[in-house]
Design a protein around this ligand. Structure first.
Ligand code: BYC
Length: 485
């Protein structure tokens, strides 16, 4: 295992592919189909533009040497590679029935089908998100944002490679078939949809994109953290490195929403508008009103909660017992890591209300990870609210109740308001437009989506960024547009 990535190989890697001809051949055979998928379903246009992208060159930073380099790349020529975080010497399985045994370096046969399912589901989300974001380039609010979109897209593409490597290396023929299926399914398709609900939804505008990268990529973070604990060491190391890249995706979401809030506040203050609910007045300024922003947050948060599966789940218990999928920061938790006797409090519907039940902790692992997710989401929401507070605008973004607008799990059959009241279907139908983006809101947001492709300029509904990428200023030429774009 090498820390530096072999970039001379056709498929850059640090897994010694050159000495593993069977897997190398399988990946080389899969590569053209991947490129076809990228051209058909990846970013529409811009494929010949030069994008200032980061590419991983080692799997750890060392002193001044960063793990990635930046440079202009045409997206189809991006060096998608197979990168695993360095091995931890004598690593042990950190939880479940095999807790304390040496981590598996080869596939544990008895858990083959469970592992395959976990890897396929993880893999399926990566190309799905690229498909969902396919048309956003045409309406990017700046070259900076355009570049960030493409950075997210190429890295999701790399994460697909990461899962395909595991499938082809460890699962033989079925792994190769699954790898093909990952290129065949399509987000939103009737015949061959992506596997999880949220990945078949649309990402029709940039506010949705920022909400998606804030909330849904954060589900990615939580799931990858749990899989990084896996007793199957190649999966653990793969996910550990994916997390390094994933942090940037959530940064894009958090700062994107914060910049929208900042711009709205500035415009309201300049126009002397104090009431955030005066939507008509705020929209006349060409910025996104805060109630619409709240509704988009309601939508993307609730769709993302569904990605945790049922609150109480025997699948989750089985994954844990088998040592395949652990908890967030498993090794820092102080308990027996087997959870045979433990319980965990889970909010569940009962007799028209909600009550907390002490469920067996093993079965409540999805609920627990979902709670960790909410806590993580809350931190960024608090930072958004600081922007409002600093501007002196009387509005607070709030995460809706966990039972609001759910399609999976215990709350799926209920109609629940954002503040947690169970309501009837008539009431839901009446209020839905106040709680989730309605046709009017969507039409307004989309009306703002005009591309801004001049260096250093930003659309009127979003503030310029405050943070730098690769120490470059906002007015850097993040994308050198090709004439054909
Ligand atoms: N939609 O016991 P249950 C990311 C299915 S995102 C449709 O409730 P379980 C990324 C479930 O498959 C992270 N179906 O749940 C983000 C099962 O079906 P079968 C992706 C759903 O299994 C942004 C049945 O319902 N990674 O990386 O404990 C951009 C009963 O299952 C849904 C992972 O998810 C749903 N929402 O948990 C790019 C990690 N939820 O088996 C990338 C791997 C459940 O009866 N996956 N079902 O046919 C898992 O750990 C688990 O499969 C889940 C579900 C957490 C998803």
């Amino acid at each position: 295992m090498h820390e530096v990535v072999d970039y001379d190989a056709l498929i850059p890697n640090n897994v010694g592919l050159a000495n593993d001809s069977q897997v190398q051949r399988a990946l080389e055979k899969w590569h053209p189909g991947y490129l076809d998928w990228w051209m058909d379903m990846g970013p529409a246009g811009f494929q010949t533009s030069e994008v200032y992208l980061r590419t991983a060159v080692r799997v750890e930073s060392r002193g001044d040497e960063h793990w990635a380099v930046f440079g202009y790349v045409q997206m189809p020529k991006y060096r998608w590679g197979v990168l695993l975080a360095p091995a931890v010497e004598n690593r042990r399985i950190p939880f479940g029935a095999h807790c304390g045994e040496p981590a598996w370096q080869e596939l544990p046969g008895e858990y083959r089908s469970m592992l395959r399912r976990l890897i396929v589901i993880q893999g399926d989300t990566e190309p799905a998100s690229v498909e969902q974001q396919r048309y956003l380039g045409a309406t990017a609010p700046s070259l900076y944002d355009l570049r960030n979109l493409f950075q997210v897209n190429v890295e999701e593409g790399r994460h697909l490679w990461a899962m395909v490597y595991l499938l082809q290396k460890y699962f033989g023929r079925d792994g190769r078939e699954e790898a093909q299926e990952l290129l065949r399914r399509r987000s939103g398709s009737e015949d061959a949809p992506r596997m999880l609900g949220a990945f078949n939804e649309q990402t029709p505008d940039w506010l949705s994109f920022f909400m998606f990268t804030y909330f849904t990529d954060r589900d990615g973070k939580m799931q990858l953290e749990s899989l990084a604990q896996s007793g199957f060491d190649p999966l653990s190391r793969t996910c550990r490195f994916m997390l390094t890249e994933e942090a940037f995706h959530m940064f894009v979401g958090e700062t994107g929403v914060a910049r929208i809030i900042e711009r709205t506040c500035d415009a309201m203050t300049a126009a002397g508008i104090e009431d955030p609910s005066d939507i008509r007045a705020v929209r006349s300024l060409g910025v996104i009103d805060l109630p619409t922003l709240q509704k988009k947050a309601n939508l993307h948060y609730s769709l993302s909660l569904d990605l945790f599966g049922s609150e109480v789940s025997t699948n989750a218990a089985n994954y844990f017992n088998a040592g395949l999928k652990g908890r967030m920061r498993e090794s820092e938790l102080e308990d027996d890591h087997r959870l045979v006797e433990a319980t965990y409090p889970v909010l569940r519907p009962r007799n028209g209300d909600f009550r907390t039940f002490e469920e067996p902790a093993l079965n409540a692992l999805n609920a627990r990870l979902r709670d960790d997710f909410t806590e993580d989401c809350d931190r960024g929401v608090a930072r958004w609210n600081k922007v409002l507070e600093r501007a002196g605008i009387d509005f607070e973004i709030r995460l809706p109740h966990v039972a609001f607008h759910r399609a999976i799990g215990d709350f799926a059959d209920l109609r629940v308001s954002p503040t947690g009241e169970i309501v009837g279907s008539t009431s839901w139908a009446e209020k839905q437009d106040d709680w989730l983006p309605n046709a009017d809101d969507q039409e307004y947001v989309e009306s703002l989506m005009e591309p801004v492709h001049r260096i250093g300029e930003y659309a009127g509904w979003i503030a310029p960024p405050r943070s730098k990428i690769d120490r470059k200023p906002g007015e850097f030429e993040w994308v050198r547009l090709a004439d054909a774009s």
